[in-house]
Design a protein around this ligand. Structure first.
Ligand code: CP
Length: 304
């Protein structure tokens, strides 16, 4: 039997998500434990990362596990032509768990099908980023006290943003209302609208960064335009500055609003927002450590 992996946020149902969030809360209260002592976690990053890789590695270190891997695939034998299958089979001989980011959509699913150890998808192209969603849900719960019945406004690159795709799916059993704010070129893909329809989730699409989309929101989820997914740089330049959030745009927002962003930020949140108590993106990134501790222990069957 194949080990359980986290490839797609849909691999975890509502009960699973709530279990992980409960563990993440316990790890936030006490992140330094010896739960991964004797375990080796492989961190294979075929694409650049700051937060995901370092928060996973911090999570392992704080639980007394060991990390192997690479942060630049140019230093791996994939440059000599080694297939992803062979890489995963080899690393599966060395490690108890594999965290992988790859530019190809579906690569994590494929890896999970050949791997002898659990795979955590740390982002596969513009498809999914489920561990990001787990920390996003943890942060939403932490700031709102619930995941249910919230209005979530998602702004920016909804076409290529894998964090957005996973978040919509991850919230889909919690009766959200979505506002999707994107230029025509980066509208939310049809499959996520179909998911909303199937689950009777209300949503509205905006092209303008309309005040009503900000002022009705409990969570304002900003995203950057994913330059690395564009084949035509002119197309990227055309849309890269579509939306910028300034502090004064939050003046009529709900008292409980929190501004989130998976980061990295480029220009879409002006730095004058950073000191507003509604800005919560750096705390959100910190929560990545606790959510990832919870995910790894869950996959390895380790109880806190
Ligand atoms: N949010 C996120 O995935 O950031 P990194 O690309 O820095 O890992």
């Amino acid at each position: 039997m194949k080990p359980k992996s986290l490839v797609d946020i849909g691999d975890y149902n509502k009960e699973d998500i709530l279990r992980i969030l409960k563990s993440a809360k316990e790890f936030k209260n006490n992140p330094n434990l010896d739960l991964l002592q004797g375990k080796v976690c492989a961190s294979l990053f075929f694409e650049p990362s700051t937060r995901t890789r370092l928060s996973f590695e911090t999570a392992v270190n704080r639980l007394r596990g060991r990390v192997i891997g690479f942060s630049d695939s140019a230093t791996s034998s994939s440059t000599k032509g080694e297939s992803l299958k062979d890489t995963i089979l080899m690393v599966g001989n060395y490690a108890d768990l594999i965290i992988m980011r790859h530019h190809l959509e579906g690569s994590a699913r494929y890896a999970s099908e050949v791997s002898p150890v659990p795979i955590i998808n740390a982002g596969d192209g513009s498809n999914q980023h489920p561990s990001q969603t787990m920390l996003d849900l943890f942060t939403i719960y932490e700031t709102q006290g619930t995941l249910d019945n919230l209005t979530i406004t998602i702004v920016g690159d909804l076409k290529y943003g894998r964090a957005v795709h996973s978040l919509i799916q991850g919230l889909s059993d919690f009766n959200p209302i979505f506002n999707f704010v994107a230029p025509d070129e980066m509208r939310i893909p049809e499959k996520y609208k179909l998911l909303c329809d199937k689950k009777s989730i209300k949503y509205a699409e905006y092209i303008d960064f309309a005040p009503e989309a900000i002022n009705s929101a409990d969570i304002l989820y900003m995203t950057r335009v994913q330059r690395e997914r564009f084949t035509d740089l002119m197309e990227y330049k055309k849309v890269k500055d579509s939306y910028v959030l300034y502090n004064d745009m939050l003046s009529e927002s709900k008292p409980n609003l929190k501004v989130l962003h998976p980061l990295p930020r480029v220009t879409e949140i002006n730095q004058d927002v950073d000191d507003n108590p509604k800005a919560y993106y750096f705390q959100q990134a910190e929560n990545g450590v606790y959510a990832r501790q919870a995910i790894m222990c869950d996959l390895l069957g380790i109880k806190i």
